[in-house]
Ligand binder design. Structure first.
Ligand code: HEC
Length: 172
């Protein structure tokens, strides 16, 4: 096990120890295995803190991050379909701990947002928040994980709780 894996495993353990998760409501991991072929929301990898809301999450300021949106959510992200994202939209975010890891495309952390049917999780505006490619750690409703993720994503409330989209780049 390399340091990165240990750190990631430690972080997941830490999160799952102090944050309650919830039973899966949206699709399983097979829905995003192909995410690399999806529309990429960011023209250049995100690094530093372009939105000003990163805190120390998503691998922090030195991380390099790419965001992919499935075909259901693509028009909304591109700005040709309005907000909110339609049910079935999936946004996958890869976080690499640094530039070298990004260039080698080495073991990114995945964090995922999945839009449920309207009314399925009112507390999170129907987003299911997911940690890890396997899709085992999920948060909806009032679970600790949902509260943690959604609490910060509330800073992007006027773009349906997702930060990175064409509107964000237009306002740069
Ligand atoms: C402290 C604030 C904060 C917390 C907590 C947080 N995020 Fe984010 N998230 C961000 C920011 C800022 C971005 C914008 C992209 C960037 O800077 O990398 C983002 C981007 C994302 C994206 C890409 C879509 C978008 O909003 O642009 C996903 C998916 C995502 N986060 C999932 C999660 C999940 C799952 C959790 C909980 C495990 C979580 N986030 C917790 C701040 C946060």
């Amino acid at each position: 096990m390399n340091i990165k894996l240990i750190a990631t495993a430690g972080f997941l353990l830490f999160l799952t120890a102090c944050m309650s998760t919830s039973a899966p409501q949206g699709a399983d991991a097979s829905a995003w295995t192909n995410y690399k072929a999806w529309y990429k929301a960011n023209p250049e990898p995100n690094t530093g803190d372009p939105t000003g809301f990163l805190g120390n999450v998503h691998e922090g300021l030195n991380a390099y991050r790419d965001i992919f949106v499935n075909s259901t959510g693509e028009p909304t992200n591109r700005g040709t379909g309005g907000f909110p994202y339609p049910p079935g939209s999936i946004i996958v975010k890869e976080s690499f701990s640094n530039l070298a890891a990004y260039e080698e495309q080495r073991s990114p952390d995945l964090t995922i947002m999945l839009k449920l049917e309207r009314g399925d999780s009112p507390e999170t505006n129907d987003w299911e928040y997911i940690m890890g490619a396997a899709g085992n750690n999920r948060g909806t409703g009032t679970s600790g994980l949902a509260t943690f993720c959604h609490g910060c994503h509330t800073n992007a409330a006027n773009t349906d709780y997702s930060f990175i989209n064409s509107a964000f780049y237009q306002n740069q």
